[in-house]
Design a protein around this ligand. Structure first.
Ligand code: DX5
Ligand code: ZN
Length: 214
């Protein structure tokens, strides 16, 4: 089943609870949470206290996207902060298998993220262990960027490997998702579509949500 995950990076941080409730009311059951450290990516977002604060306001699924260097040092704390799914970048660590183990041992779903330049080959041997793979469709660090069309081929390639090998991971895409690119990604095999600026900027979010999955 295809899903839209609103990225709370595009929410109003002074009114996070209000924004989360509004999305819950139109049927959202998974939220995408972007953590940026100002080192792995050239921007800083937020960390544990904000996640814990919204965790106390909703029981929906939290998908935490770690854009941080050396995720092995912090990942357990993100699991404990109330995230249900945690993804990290292959480019950010030499210990990817260890990070997956930490996430799984915490009882959470593990995902790995590939930047636009990173080939699928780089996570080839980890694919059987993953619950999801996130294909970045923009350069990580900021909301509101333009979708990189070459990533459609990567999504297609990953879906083909999944089919051939009988793997069960879901395919997630993140960056520049709008009505048009959502359809293109879903047609190539994407299951989970992160959407920030397009959804939060919409006049009528319920209607836009329907269009994003049409
Ligand atoms: C970018 C983040 C995205 C971002 C998506 O580094 O990982 O989740 O919020 O925002 P839009 O949908 O505006 O591209
Ligand atoms: Zn993200």
């Amino acid at each position: 089943m295809k899903k839209i995950l609103p990225s709370i990076l595009s929410a109003d941080f002074a009114n996070l609870e209000r924004d989360v409730r509004e999305l819950e009311q139109i049927g959202i059951d998974m939220f995408h949470i972007d953590v940026m450290d100002g080192n792995f990516v050239p921007n800083i977002s937020f960390g544990f206290p904000i996640i814990e604060a919204i965790r106390s306001k909703t029981d929906k699924i939290f998908d935490c996207h770690l854009m941080i260097a050396r995720p092995e040092e912090y990942v357990e704390r993100f699991c404990n902060a109330g995230c249900d799914m945690v993804s990290f970048h292959i480019e950010a660590t030499n210990h990817a298998d260890r990070v997956i183990q930490i996430i799984k041992n915490s009882g959470k779903k593990a995902g790995m993220v590939l930047n636009p330049q990173t080939p699928i080959e780089s996570v080839k041997y980890l694919l059987p262990k993953l619950d999801y793979v996130l294909i970045m469709t923009v350069n990580p660090g900021f909301g509101g960027q333009k979708f990189i069309p070459e990533m459609l081929e990567k999504i297609e390639e990953l879906a083909k490997i999944r089919e051939e090998k009988g793997y069960s991971f879901l395919i997630q895409v993140d960056g520049g998702v709008n009505v048009e690119t959502s359809k293109l990604c879903r047609d190539k095999g994407a299951d989970l579509l992160v959407c920030g600026s397009f959804l939060f900027g919409a006049e009528d979010k319920e209607k836009t949500l329907g269009e994003l999955l049409r």
